[in-house]
Design a protein around this ligand. Structure first.
Ligand code: TYD
Length: 205
């Protein structure tokens, strides 16, 4: 009996307003139309720790960076165990909206050691096959967020903090990271994403 080949793990990263959610959905639809089995998922994962994070963000009352890190770590362990690993073991393409590079960028922007967060994350969690970093200037992302009714979670959406988070993303050099210019209309961005998938994974969409 043949073991099922492991699936592909593709992560979307970027600041709020960078278009991750839209582009993830578009890509999922195209992959499914081409006959692939796709799992769409996102962090914060909907589990107890994830709900604590959402409640904190919506209350507007920040907690310490260390507490935030502990909660994001906890929800990720559960997310990997319950969703990501089983789907990959099943040979599916997993499209994930945010993963550990969000912790590196956002909790790094809060003053935690980004290098350490990255090393610890890579040691603890499955590595993605590809991370699509949708890069957009902070002001443009904030304008898009305002256009869709303002920040849902202002705790995370302070311009200075976002600038720092973008700086962390920009400093990353691992081979599985692809920077995608997220400016311009969604069709153009989708084409850049398709190019990255073809070049990096040999996957034609
Ligand atoms: P997200 O669901 O992408 O925001 P929204 O629902 O408003 O589109 O993520 C919520 C916020 O959590 C986002 O601003 C980034 C932040 N975040 C971290 O700070 N660290 C993390 O590890 C993750 C996954 C998200």
């Amino acid at each position: 009996m043949n073991a099922t080949a492991r699936g592909l793990f593709v992560v979307f990263e970027g600041l709020d307003g960078s278009g991750k959610t839209t582009q993830l959905e578009r890509l999922a639809a195209r992959l499914e139309a081409a006959g692939h089995a796709v799992t769409r998922t996102r962090e914060p994962y909907d589990c107890e720790a994830g709900r604590r994070i959402r409640a904190m963000a919506q209350s507007g009352e920040a907690v310490s960076a260390e507490q935030e890190l502990a909660w994001f770590w906890e929800q990720r362990e559960e997310h990997v165990r319950e969703v990501i690993e089983p789907a990959l073991a099943d040979g599916r393409i997993v499209l994930c909206d945010r993963y550990y590079l969000s912790t590196v960028a956002y909790q790094g922007a809060r003053g935690l050691d980004a290098g350490r967060l990255l090393a610890d994350s890579e040691a603890a969690f499955p590595l993605p096959d590809l991370v699509l970093w949708l890069d957009l200037p902070v002001t443009e992302g904030l304008t898009r967020v305002d256009d869709r009714g303002g920040p849902a979670e202002p705790v995370f959406e302070d311009a200075e903090r976002l600038e720092a988070a973008r700086g962390v993303y920009a400093s990353l050099t691992m081979s599985y990271l692809a920077r995608v210019d997220a400016a311009g209309d969604p069709d153009e961005v989708a084409k850049r994403i398709a190019d990255a998938l073809r070049e990096r994974l040999g996957l034609v969409v």
